[in-house]
Design a protein around this ligand. Structure first.
Ligand code: TYD
Ligand code: MG
Length: 384
C-alpha cells in the first residue's frame, strides 16, 4: 500500500505490506505522530478505513492537529484507548486496512501484572498485535519512543518480533528528519528518507543534496563536501571544521554528526603523517543539516576540512573528496564510487579527489579526477 510520500514508501521497500507489523521509533517530539497522521490520511484516501489509536494525546488534540495538517478528510477513525482487548474488538467490528498504535509504550494487557511500558508488557502487547496482523488482519504500525538513556525499555526489545523497524531521527531543533529502516523483511535496510519539519507537518525532501549544500559559503576555509551513501542513495553533505589555537594547553575536539573517536584518530594521523601541528589547536567539526555520517568514506573530506581551516586556505572550487584514511596516512578505496560521483556531477562538481584504488575502476572520464594514495597528496591537491 503506497502513500504519495515517496520517502516513506521507499524506506518501507516500496510501500506497506498488508498484514505486516511495522514499528516506527524515535525520540519524543521528533515528529512520529505527525508523520503517521499524514501517512494515515494518504492511506485512507486510497485504501479505505484506517484506525488511529491515540493514547498519548486526547481525541480533541489529535483532531485539531489533523485539521492543522490538512489531513482530516478520508475515513480515519480515532480511538483513545490503551487496553488492547478493547482495541482488538474495535478492529474486529471496524475492519480497517491499517491500524496505527500511538504509542506501544502506553498499551497494556490485563493478563500481565506489570505496568504499561515495562518490558514484559511491551513484549506481550507487540506479540498480541502480531497475531492480530498475521491472522488475516490489518497492517499494524506501532509507534515507540526511544529515549537517549532507556533504549532498552523501548523499541529495541521488539525489533526481533516485528517485520520492519523504522527510526525517525534528527536534531529536535533543526528542521531535517531522517527516516531509516533498521530492519525490513520486505525490502532493503539502510534505506533513508529525508523530511523537513515545517508549519504543515513533515514535507518530503526529494533532492536532499541540493538543500544540504544550498547555504554552503563559497571560498571559505574549513569546508569540504563528501558524497555519503545512505541506503541505495548517495547524498552530498558539507563538513565544516574550525581549528583555533588552544587557549589552555589541553586541546579540545568537538564534533556533531561524526563520531568523536574518528576525529581524534584523524587528527592524530594528520599530526603524525602530514605534520600538521594540531596538538596546539582545538578542532570543532560539524556536519550541516543535523545529519550524522557514519561512513569511513568521509575521512578524507574531514581531513581536508581540518587542514583547510588550520591553514586558512579554502578548498579548490567544485571539488569533491572521497576516501577512507588509515593510520599510516594511506587513502583507502570506498564502495560504489560511480554512484557517488554521479550524484556530485549532477550537482555541478567537476573535480574529484578519490582513492587511487578507485580510480582504475572508473576508466577515462571527461572530468578532472585525481587518484591519491596518501593523505598528504590529497592535501596538496585539495587546498588552493
Ligand atoms: P510529534 O509528531 O508530536 O512528535 P512525536 O510524536 O514523535 O513525539 O511532533 C512534535 C513536534 O513537531 C512539536 O514540537 C511541534 C512540531 N510540529 C511542527 O513543527 N509542525 C507541525 O505541523 C506539527 C504538527 C508539529
Ligand atoms: Mg506522539
Amino acid at each position: 500500500m503506497v502513500t504519495s510520500i515517496d520517502e516513506w514508501d521507499r524506506v518501507l521497500g516500496g510501500g506497506l505490506v498488508p498484514g505486516s507489523l511495522v514499528m516506527v521509533g524515535g525520540e519524543p517530539g521528533i515528529g512520529k505522530s505527525t508523520l503517521l497522521l499524514q501517512v494515515a490520511h494518504l492511506l485512507a484516501k486510497r485504501y479505505g478505513k484506517i484506525l488511529y489509536v491515540t493514547s498519548e494525546e486526547s481525541l480533541r488534540q489529535t483532531k485539531l492537529r489533523a485539521e492543522r495538517l490538512g489531513t482530516i478528510e478520508g475515513e480515519i477513525y480515532l480511538l483513545a484507548e490503551t487496553n488492547i482487548e478493547v482495541i482488538i474488538s474495535q478492529v474486529d467490528s471496524l475492519k480497517p486496512k491499517v491500524v496505527i498504535i500511538d504509542s506501544i509504550q502506553t498499551m497494556y494487557l490485563d493478563s500481565i501484572q506489570t505496568a504499561p511500558g515495562s518490558v514484559s508488557q511491551l513484549r506481550e502487547c507487540a506479540a498480541r498485535f502480531l497475531r492480530l496482523a498475521k491472522d488475516n488482519g490489518p497492517a499494524i504500525i506501532l509507534i515507540g519512543h526511544v529515549t537517549k538513556e532507556g533504549i532498552l525499555a523501548g523499541p529495541k526489545v521488539l525489533e526481533h518480533l516485528v517485520d520492519s523497524v523504522l527510526y525517525l531521527e534528527g536534531e529536535r531543533y533543526q528542521a531535517y528528519r531522517i527516516l531509516r529502516a533498521a530492519k525490513n523483511r520486505f525490502g532493503s535496510t539502510n534505506e533513508l528518507g529525508v523530511f523537513e519539519m515545517g508549519g504543515f507537518g513533515l514535507q518530503q525532501v526529494n533532492n536532499p543534496s541540493a538543500i544540504l549544500l544550498a547555504e554552503r559559503p563559497s571560498g571559505t576555509a574549513g569546508s569540504s563536501v563528501v558524497a555519503c551513501l545512505e541506503g541505495t542513495r548517495p547524498i552530498l553533505m558539507e563538513i565544516q571544521a574550525l581549528v583555533s589555537q588552544t587557549a589552555f594547553g589541553n586541546p579540545r575536539r568537538l564534533s556533531t554528526g561524526i563520531d568523536l573517536n574518528r576525529i581524534l584518530l584523524l587528527s592524530a594521523v594528520l599530526e603524525k603523517r602530514a605534520g600538521l601541528p594540531l596538538s596546539g589547536y582545538d578542532v570543532y567539526l560539524n556536519v550541516t543539516g543535523g545529519i550524522a555520517i557514519n561512513e569511513p568514506a568521509a575521512d578524507l573530506a574531514v581531513c581536508l576540512a581540518i587542514a583547510s581551516s588550520l591553514k586558512d586556505k579554502p578548498l579548490e572550487a567544485n571539488t569533491l573528496v572521497l576516501g577512507e584514511v588509515g593510520l599510516a596516512g594511506e587513502v583507502r578505496a570506498v564502495t560504489q564510487i560511480e554512484r557517488r560521483i554521479e550524484e556530485a556531477l549532477r550537482l555541478g562538481f567537476t573535480r574529484f579527489i578519490i582513492p587511487d584504488g578507485n580510480k582504475k575502476s572508473l576508466g577515462d572520464q571527461n572530468f578532472e579526477i585525481h587518484g591519491v594514495r596518501l593523505v598528504t597528496e590529497a592535501l596538496e591537491l585539495g587546498l588552493v
